[in-house]
Design a binder for this molecule. Structure first.
Ligand code: SF4
Length: 371
């Protein structure tokens, strides 16, 4: 499912594709680099700022490409350190991009470590039971330009906050492809977007600082393992046995653990990277010590890091978060055998930061208003 706009976003062009497109219009090859320099290094906010391009070329570019494939609808800052950007695309679809700050001692929030969480689809087909994004199914894939533009929106916003417009890139430390959608379901657009983020003519963002999070699509994990660029991989496990995982993640019926875990092992071996296993702790569902023991064994076998996330209540879903004591017991089982584990402090609870909740709320309000 794709949306084909009248003009493709300029942010989906690579150096090669833009050079070819401009050559068709009779422009010399160096013009493509000039355009990309304005987009990613100088972060122009419109064609008119590209003052070293002839006026006629700027007009032609404006006819060929969309400069603003998304518009900022709202920017909600939580009481802690999470900002959520709600973006509206050209077809009025809504997506979410989240900025997560990790405060450091003696350092102001503006200079704290920042992770940007981006979306790859509108809605999601995977139907993970804890997730608001999956509730209404998949609407469509994002294009590479729409994926990249989320980072541009973040940069512009950070530039405005820190009064560093047209200076060096607003700094962020990590990108996690963990927002709305199953990234590996939109494989080609994702890889093109990441190539643009990674390229020296693009955002120049190191592959080691980009994590792709998947619900566990085995063929795509193997395909990703074979890619030359080594991004980081996080796998949503959420159950350490098929029986428990199936209650939470329908994808497990298609790709059960006996198929998923070897694919993850292959990825780790090819890229020499520690994979992260995401595990949402849900009371009475997967927070038992038997699950902790199985998870510990899987993590030891894969030499993986475990990220435990206490469940975040979703309106309309019955599950609950385990008590702090129960969470700690679960952690202890993993720590007993020196598994690398983190128990995530929740961020953004007060702004519906759980996957897809803000978008869902706004879409429901729109439907109620007949908009
Ligand atoms: S958790 Fe991710 S993969 Fe699962 S339904 Fe939500 S968006 Fe899709």
């Amino acid at each position: 499912m794709k949306f084909t706009p009248a003009q493709p976003p300029i942010f989906g062009e690579t150096l090669a594709s833009l050079t070819a497109r401009l050559a068709e219009a009779g422009e010399p090859a160096y013009r493509a680099r000039q355009v990309l320099d304005w987009l990613y290094k100088k972060r122009a906010t419109g064609w008119d700022q590209m003052t070293n391009l002839p006026h006629a070329l700027r007009t032609r570019l404006a006819g060929l490409f969309d400069f603003d494939p998304s518009a900022l609808v709202s920017n909600r800052q939580s009481a802690d350190v999470t900002d959520k950007l709600l973006l509206e695309l050209r077809d009025r679809s809504l997506i979410e991009t989240v900025i997560i700050r990790a405060p450091q001692e003696g350092v102001g929030l503006d200079r704290s470590r920042k992770t940007i969480c981006i979306s790859t689809q509108v809605g999601c087909a995977m139907g993970c039971r804890f997730c608001a994004s999956g509730l209404a199914g998949l609407k469509r894939d994002l294009s590479a330009g729409e994926i990249v533009h989320q980072l541009i929106q973040v940069c512009r916003r950070e530039d405005a906050r820190t009064a560093r417009a047209n200076a060096e890139l607003a700094s962020f430390d990590n990108i996690v492809v963990m927002g709305m959608g199953e990234p590996l379901h939109n494989y080609d657009a994702l890889l093109r977007a990441l190539a643009i983020l990674n390229a020296e003519w693009g955002l120049g963002f190191g592959a080691r600082r980009i994590t792709i999070s998947t619900s566990g699509l085995v063929p795509q994990i193997r395909r990703l393992a074979a890619e030359p660029v080594g991004f980081r991989l996080a796998v949503s496990l959420h159950g350490a046995t098929n029986e428990v995982r199936e209650q939470i993640m329908p994808v497990n019926r298609r790709w059960p653990l006996e198929e998923l875990l070897p694919a993850v092992r292959e990825f780790a071996a090819r890229h020499g990277r520690m994979v992260t296993l995401e595990f949402i702790l849900i009371e009475g569902v997967n927070d038992g010590l038997d699950q902790a023991g199985r998870l510990r064994d899987i993590a030891l076998d894969l030499h993986a890091h475990v990220n435990l996330i206490p469940y975040n209540a979703v309106e309309g879903l019955p599950w609950k978060r385990p008590s702090a004591a129960r969470q700690q017991k679960f952690v202890s089982v993993l720590e007993e055998r020196d598994v690398s584990v983190t128990l995530r402090r929740e961020k953004g609870h007060d702004i519906d930061a759980a996957c897809g909740q803000l978008r869902l709320k706004v879409e429901r309000d729109r439907a109620a208003a007949g908009a």
